[in-house]
Design a binder for this molecule. Structure first.
Ligand code: URA
Ligand code: SF4
Length: 477
């Protein structure tokens, strides 16, 4: 038995089938293994072997066969390659007109594949609806569609004809097609549990856009092909791309070295990135397992030169969905405490020790899980880089996870709070309760006391951050 792995395209099947025919390999001695990975489709585009290799003189098949086979190849049934090769064998072994034989079981399957693919193509023509996504000067139209079969590449030219002057993307779970006004490109499928609603589509697009930089899925060559250099200047994310590319190789190397068990964010951090570039790169992090189940990364946010940097634990459910730190119930408590302390939130840089939501499911609910030590350790390089770039005058640790990350283990928040500490990361460091402790308190009195302490500590940190001895330094070039 011969195992033949192909990349799931008609052309790959055809090349392999020609070789097998040349060797006189009968169909029952061949097992076809479909290895459809969109990244291989991209690789395939760069194949040295021409896609339309000149037909082997020994093998000529009727045009009608090629036409039907190309269609059937778009079917999702993994058996299609076997069926096609059995038919090809008949065509080339004395039964040239086999397709006219409606009693042949393989012919009937071929017809069924063709018909189903045909219907699916019509459906895609009719039902794709674009939604406008505006991002600064970048205006593009994005659609989500879930075809039954693997038809995206085949159908995309229809949309090019129709919407030639627009810039658009059609996202599907199998593959995505993009038209930039000049060229059509294919990228790996976008993941979405269900057809996204209008607003969710926009989120999906942004997440997808960021994940295109995931080195596990896209190699450098493919990425450059997707985004020809001449177009970079027109994209708002343009300035982020060189940094992401620069670090991509290191990331791939790290993944190869520790398959499935990467344990540090370090390889994902682009060298020389500023805070904005850092945030964009974090969307590609696979430094620990948490990125798999989470919706998106929740990176720090705030002015790049903030005098006060606040460190929480990790995003919660709401933060995970909105992509911003401290916007859920704990964020509400933090906002109230900041207001009471006379500190403007938008003057702060707010971040977390761990950048992805960690949870376990209970029914439909996602229950927050305290980050494991290994995850805090894996994620720490992001925090270190944030602190090094922002260079705050004072850092506030909210709760024990942040405290342990920055002061080490062996202290209790109730003992460490209320005073300043030394830190290699800032002239001053203050520890206080996590805002969620206000919500979890066992009595109203305890809740009030914790909140009062939180307000006092935030006020102390604000005062320390105004210390003239730590006046803002000129940022490094
Ligand atoms: N709790 C945190 O520690 N961080 C957040 O961003 C939200 C809740
Ligand atoms: Fe990377 Fe941190 Fe997310 Fe883990 S939690 S994947 S280290 S960003």
């Amino acid at each position: 038995m011969r195992l033949v792995a192909i990349d799931g395209t008609y052309d790959a099947w055809q090349r392999a089938a020609r070789r097998l025919l040349a060797e006189q390999r009968a169909p029952h001695t061949v097992t076809w293994v479909d290895e459809t990975h969109p990244e291989r489709l991209l690789d395939g585009l760069d194949d040295d072997e021409p896609v339309n290799a000149p037909p082997n003189a020994a093998v000529t098949v009727p045009k009608a066969f090629v036409h039907s086979a190309r269609r059937a190849a778009l079917h999702r049934d993994p058996q299609r390659w076997t069926v096609l090769y059995r038919l090809l064998w008949q065509v080339t072994h004395g039964h040239r007109r086999v397709l006219d034989d409606d009693t042949d079981a393989d012919v009937r399957r071929l017809r069924r594949f063709e018909a189903q693919v045909g219907r699916d193509i019509h459906k895609m023509h009719a039902f794709v609806r674009f939604r406008e996504v505006v991002d600064g000067d970048d205006r593009r139209y994005v659609a989500w569609h879930r075809p039954d079969h693997l038809i995206v590449a085949a159908v995309a030219p229809f949309f090019v004809e129709r919407f030639r002057v627009m810039r658009w993307s059609i996202l599907t779970p199998d593959a995505c097609a993009h038209w930039d006004g000049h060229r059509l490109t294919l990228t790996p499928g976008a993941s979405a549990a269900d057809a996204p609603s209008h607003d969710a589509l926009e989120t999906l697009w942004r997440t997808y856009y960021a994940s295109m930089f995931n080195p596990a899925r896209v190699n450098r060559r493919a990425m450059v092909k997707e985004m020809p250099v001449r177009h970079w200047a027109t994209l708002p994310e343009a300035s982020l791309i060189p940094g992401l590319l620069a670090s991509a190789e290191a990331r791939v190397a790290a993944m190869v070295a520790h398959p499935g068990r990467t344990t540090s964010a370090r390889p994902f951090i682009p060298p020389d990135a500023d805070v904005r570039e850092l945030a964009a790169a974090a969307a590609t992090c696979a430094g620990c397992e948490l990125h798999r189940a989470a919706t998106q990364v929740v990176f720090g946010e705030g002015p790049a030169q903030a005098r006060l940097l606040v460190v929480g634990e990790q995003p919660g459910d709401e933060e995970d969905q909105r992509g911003r730190p401290f916007v859920g119930p704990a964020g509400q408590v933090l906002d109230d405490a900041l207001a009471a302390a006379g500190v403007a939130r938008d003057a702060l840089y707010v971040t977390n020790v761990v950048k992805h939501f960690s949870f376990r499911r209970e029914g439909t609910r996602r229950l927050h899980e305290r980050p494991r030590a290994a995850e805090s350790r894996a994620c720490r390089p992001w925090l270190e880089r944030e602190m090094a770039l922002v260079r705050p005058a004072a850092i506030v640790c909210l709760g024990s996870v942040a405290m342990e990350a920055l002061l080490g283990p062996g202290r209790r928040v109730s003992d460490a709070r209320g005073r300043r500490h030394d830190s290699p990361w800032a002239p001053h460091l203050v520890v206080t309760y996590h805002p969620s402790a206000v919500l979890r308190a066992s009595s109203a009195t305890e809740s009030r006391d914790i909140r009062a302490a939180l307000v006092d500590d935030l006020r102390l940190a604000a005062t320390l951050s105004r210390d003239p001895a730590t006046a803002p330094r000129t940022p490094d070039a």
